[in-house]
Design a protein around this ligand. Sequence first.
Ligand code: SF4
Length: 961
Amino acid sequence: MISNPLETVRDVVDTSPAVADSVAYTTCYMCACRCGIKVHLKDGRLRYIEGNKNHPVNKGVLCAKGSAGIMQHYSPARLTKPLKRVGPRGSGEFQEIEWEEALSTAAEWLGDVRKTDPRKLAFFTGRDQSQSLTGWWASQFGTPNHAAHGGFCSVNMAAAGLYTIGGSFWEFGEPDWEHTEYFMMFGVAEDHDSNPIKMGLGKIKTRGAKFVSVNPVKTGYSAIADEWVGIRPGTDGLFVMALMHELLKARRVDLDYLVRYTNAPWLVIQDPGAADHGLFARDADGNPLCFDKKAGTLANAMAADVVPALVGDHTLADGRSAVPAFQLLHDRYTADAYAPDAVAERCGLEADRIRRIAAELAHAAFEKEVVIDQPWTDWAGRRHEKMIGRPVAMHAMRGISAHSNGFHTCRALHLLQLLLGSIDAPGGFRYKPPFPRPVPPPLKPAGKADQITPGKPMGGPPLGFPTSPADLLVEEDGTPRRIDKAYSWDAPVAAHGLMHMVIQNAWAADPYPIDVLFMYMANMSWNSTMNSSGTMKMLTDTDPETGAYKIPKLIYSDAYASEMVAYADLVLPDTTYLERWDCISLLDRPICDADGAADSIRQPVVKPDRDVRPFQDVLIEIGVRLGLPGLSNDDGSPKYPGGYPDYLANHERAPGVGPLAGYRGADGSKEGKGEPNPDQLQRYIDNQCFWRHEFAPSERYFKHANKEYLEKAVALGLIGAANPIIHQIYSEPLQTFRLAAEGHGDVVPPEHHRERVRTYFDPLPFWYAPFEGEMLGEELDSFPMHAITQRPAAMYHSWGSMNAWLRQIHGLNKLYMSRQRATELGIGEDDWVHVTSHHGRIKAQVQLMEGVNPDTVWTWNAIGKRKGTWGLDPKAPEATRGFLLNHLISELLPPKGGGYRYANADPVTGQAAWYDLRVRIERAEADSLGAEAEPRFDPLPGPPGGRRGPGLLRYGKEAAE
Ligand code: SF4
């Protein structure tokens, strides 16, 4: 047939085919942010993921990670069946077993421990989102040896906030994006509070508010900052204290705010050598005293009608001297040591720049005052016609906290905001419920000798907030009672535990040996540990006499074939986040915002196609088999026969308080507190998997002192009593530890801890050089550079390494360094270099850039992989050219006098000091094996049943056919 060249051929193209036949709402788990998502499915398979525009966290915004959840779910790295180790530990040789054998093995190992000495179980989890269950489970089991990953993440930030303002950043609070005029962000933040910060930065950039980023590296959010402050790592505290110096010298501080809402006027006893030196002077009822200028006498500082003095030397009834806490603060930070000229060089900044930023902060706070025409009532019943605020907001996360001086730096950052009067004021930092909480929260850690009985639950939670040495978990001789040494003299305020020390301490049987190490979602043989190479050796080390492993039994649960799997004796395969129930609970780390309380759930949107089970169901099942009283009835039957969803709806932590706060009560009409509702989960599903209670406009600011808010918080079960929450610029709990180090009280530190405790438990923040640099002493010149990691916006730690789409963004990492410094060292683009610390040496490939502090090198976190893991081809770039800095970091500091080695951590909280690392960089030749990163390890075989990723993993091909 001859075709007509003039004929118009109409091609019918369906431009909008029905790609899905159903939609399910749930909560993203591709990072820690917990955005609401709509999952589109066709024939039961995932087709695409969309942001839920009604969700309070992300309001429809979805990031690259969130949309790539499909490839997380279909990843070849997924574990497929329970595994029992059959080769030597670390060899990766496993045999597939049935769940019954896996569960009975776990119950047998754990049952033996529980009957004899429950502390011989160390149960630690990574960045899981069910910590209210796992912590409670540990308590039911009876072991204090439990924590999640907070100790190696940002506990300095959390603890400093909770001991100062009763809240902190991220899940604890957020900038007032609508009103702030000046926003300062410190350190790495891209992986925490991801979408909300992106949305917030968009708002302030649109409004023209100034955004200043303080970070040694100009990447991520720093790249869009109006001003980038490329500070030297570990000196943020010095910079912040210099800002305070300038504000105090210029008298540009909000004295009214300090008087109303902080302990600045409280009188501090000045009697060196006395057992109460440095504590607050109190009346017979225990109320703190101030000097009332109106009455000209001492008075109860909590009385509503006093006019307290902020300075002066005052005489107590017993004749001793006392000064307001503000006086001490003022004296400290106006000292020359914190003048911009004194700190500038050390910070790598110019003194004039520090002065200018201080002036800009003061200008924004005091010349751009925000006035909201909204009456409110304070805690004393006084009505205020307007809400008046200081529009300076701040945010910080791991960048400033992962140093050995991080606790005091983080506290200093809160003091700076308090001096400016911006905490929970319009335009400033705003609390997210359940914060603010009393400073610090009243929960104490359990684990004392009389709280642990074989076969019984422990008399309290494993984690809490000590306020004096009497709360420590130590033996009579001062040795730690926990395997991670949390709440001991090594790390008294270890609010999140010291997960990074568990393997080291268990291996060394210091302070005692354990029997079972049980871990979940924690890649502790690779990127979640310091000294990765040494940790692998500890996990496989044996007793030379018996041949038994020094850590006898290791149970591990994960959804993916991570590096840690090879070191387990028993592997419990978890589901992906799209295959299970979950709960983002107010008892844990909720999804609230400053204007409302909220929580959410995950529901299974697809069924597992492998023999895997949700970890939370498995934990509950093991609990039933162990006969834990909270999970099993007297006859041994399960209290929650429906597993985790049954627990979510019906468990009560206290009368009327359960994992979910929404739709409580028999008919679902109660919020916060109320009896269990059998239809609760369906009500969440009907509401797109979240619940939110919006606060009235009069409840939204000054929450620490807002009567209506405080009463609402009590009604919702967020706090116990509607008392004002007083910000603690001067921390009395820290002073109690210092007094103990001077020999006062019943619980005092052993001699070798005393100097350290006395030095670092200063009730006012101070700056000291990070430990690694200091302890290198004369060797420091050999390690002139700082080495840190940054978090890519497109991956959450190692969570994206098995994801075919995200690997296209970050398939390998390089060592980024300043072009100028590299030239001085004779290093060019793409050269291979040796990076050497006092602890080890690695080889990596260099990429040059301008936007980095010249004394700092950095790389992306957790991109480098061990060959044979994560379902990747052994020749994958992550396994050949990707690398970790972890091999360079020692988990212990060099020995002090007497040979004792402290953790490489903050001395107050025990937070891992990842970013203290000092290195030298030397050009290397690519060796005979080709251009590969070092160190190299034998490839792992991958678990049986585990699939290797094809060279090209494509999605959607079958749907298009
Ligand atoms: S920010 Fe995190 S939780 Fe939100 S969509 Fe991205 S990966 Fe998911």
